[in-house]
Design a binder for this molecule. Structure first.
Ligand SMILES: [Fe+2]
Length: 318
């Protein structure tokens, strides 16, 4: 092939996506005692409903932030608008999906920035899904204006600690540095620590890379990637995951880590999974691009476990 990984549609990371970790070293955009971050809703209206209801039970100063890719499977107009109107009630950042709907980059495809370990078929199908979703989104110019204006990242103060909210990683909207795969390598952990230093934050909340990971660091910092709020994240378990970062624990975390005075928790998004499966199949029947890429995960979860997601700090200096 003429263009290898790094430049082909779906592999490329457009220059407009880059901001650099130092952009996160700024005054907070919001100040709360409990921050919920939900990336990867992927057009699941039942997960949206479950999240909103669960967040509404939170007491005190709180915020729910959708950190990108809230659209994806919602090619039916009514669903697209339902997601848009629901998410629009809360703070949000744009992911690569919303960015490629509102401000397409030349040759970016889905804007996923897929690394080499993601196979070519998956990349091509994601480009097709984005192209189909773009047809729906194009019917709503006002929505595109709203999506275009969303920030790529937010900074929060939770209690007395600084928290960065990104879609990909600390450098780029579609970066994979905070994927469970990258964080499994010593070089990936060291790079993440440098990003925390540059951003001057206690916690980073990310998404984008599809699988959740909560990674502790020796100095009490935590990277929390929620995986997907709108799809299963663990083998045999059919719920989404959101990240809760707060001064006190929720009492029903799937797993958690401490980050200084904060509790960083993975919370189950218990949506109506039968209804979601039916809704997905209406839009993406057997043989369609999204069915081939995602239905097995929607039905049975990925080959990944909670034990793999929760990672205590390891000392790289030892
Ligand atoms: Fe993404």
């Amino acid at each position: 092939m003429a263009s290898g990984p790094g430049s082909a549609p779906g592999r490329a990371c457009p220059v407009e996506y880059r901001y650099g970790a130092r952009a996160l070293r700024r005054a907070p955009d919001l100040e709360v005692d409990a921050l919920w971050v939900a990336g990867g809703l992927y057009g699941n209206p039942f997960a949206l409903q479950a999240l909103v209801e669960r967040h509404a039970a939170e007491r005190g100063a709180t915020a729910l932030v959708f950190n990108g890719d809230f659209h994806w499977f919602d090619i039916e107009e009514g669903d697209f608008l339902r997601i848009e109107q629901g998410v629009g009630q809360y703070a949000s950042t744009r992911g690569n999906v919303e960015t490629e709907l509102a401000s397409p980059s030349e040759g970016a495809g889905c804007g996923c920035g897929y690394p080499e370990w993601v196979d070519e078929g998956t990349v091509e199908r994601s480009n097709h899904i984005l192209a189909r979703l773009r047809e729906t989104a194009a019917r709503f110019p006002d929505v595109l204006v709203r999506l275009r204006a969303l920030p790529m990242h937010l900074v929060a103060r939770v209690g007395s600690e600084r928290v960065a909210i990104v879609h990909g990683d600390a450098d780029s909207l579609a970066g994979w540095a905070f994927s469970q795969e990258a964080l499994a390598l010593p070089g990936g952990l060291a790079a993440a620590e440098r990003a925390f230093d540059e951003a001057d934050v206690r916690v980073v909340a990310s998404s984008h890379t599809c699988l959740p990971v909560a990674q502790g660091f020796p100095d009490g910092r935590v990277l929390a990637n929620n995986g997907a709020a709108g799809m299963p994240n663990f083998h045999g378990e059919r719920f989404g995951v959101a990240t809760r970062i707060a001064v006190s624990p929720s009492g029903d975390a799937l797993y958690s880590l401490r980050a200084g005075a904060l509790h960083v928790e993975a919370i189950a998004v218990n949506y109506d999974e039968r209804a979601w499966r039916a809704k997905f199949l209406e839009q993406w029947p057997a043989g369609s691009d999204a069915h081939r890429s995602y239905f097995e995960r929607i039905a049975n979860g990925p080959r990944y476990s909670r034990a793999q997601a929760r990672r205590e700090a390891v000392s790289l200096a030892a």
